[in-house]
Design a protein around this ligand. Structure first.
Ligand code: SF4
Length: 219
């Protein structure tokens, strides 16, 4: 029998701490996939749009075996643009990794929520706010798939974004933790004040990796 070789385009693989969301601070292996269908105005990973090298899934697994860590973040770009991503995640789970998938809110996540066991993957779903210029590309039905283990992330640049997010939270009542992340370089004091004034059940995410290491690639 000839086994099918799964080939993916990988922008970078590196080992650092998770800087965002509920897993912030944990050692994590990042597998960044090449390609993104969006062009957010504040994008800090433009280098992932095209650059990368083709790797077989088995080679990705051999590569990450070298790190003393069982947490893997599959990110991008937009990882769901590559049809092999569910298979990669499946293989990671089979090898005992805890997987977090970061996705940009514009692609249907139903292929991911079907992966068994259902609680094994943390889905980190971005919903793009007006300041991104990409808010019309969002698939809001993805929010219905999220459960307590998952997270919804909003990058906030101004009061308009904040009010937009507040409307989404009040209307759709997501079933998971909600993170508001100030765009890098914007002082989050006002964002914190607005959350406190409204008593919004949301958490601040501060990109811990950038605070520690600076705005560098591969950390
Ligand atoms: S989804 Fe992420 S990688 Fe794609 S343009 Fe937006 S910020 Fe950049």
């Amino acid at each position: 029998m000839i086994l099918e070789k799964l080939v993916m385009k990988i922008n970078e693989i590196f080992y650092s701490i998770q800087g965002e969301g509920k897993l912030a601070g944990y050692p994590t292996i990042f597998v960044r996939l090449t390609g993104c269908n969006l062009r957010c105005k504040y994008c800090d990973t433009k280098y992932a749009y095209y650059d990368g090298r083709e790797m077989q899934v088995e080679d990705i697994l051999s590569n990450i075996k070298n790190y003393p860590c069982k947490n893997v973040c599959v990110t991008g770009g937009e990882p769901l643009l590559q049809k092999e991503t569910p298979a990669l995640i499946r293989k990671l789970l089979d090898r005992g990794y805890k997987v977090c998938l970061e996705t940009n809110g514009s692609i249907d996540i139903s292929s991911i929520v079907k992966i068994e066991p259902k609680n094994a993957i943390i889905i980190s779903l971005d919903i793009k706010c007006p300041s991104s210029g990409m808010q019309d590309k969002m698939k809001f039905e993805n929010i219905d798939y999220l459960t307590e283990k998952d997270q919804l992330k909003f990058i906030i640049s101004n009061k308009g974004d904040y009010e937009y997010v507040k409307g989404i939270i009040n209307q759709l009542k997501p079933n998971c933790e909600i993170f508001m992340q100030p765009v890098w370089g914007w002082n989050p004091k006002n964002l914190v004040r607005w959350i406190l004034e409204d008593g919004l059940n949301a958490r601040i995410s501060l990109q811990l990796h950038k605070i520690i290491f600076g705005n560098e690639r591969g950390i």
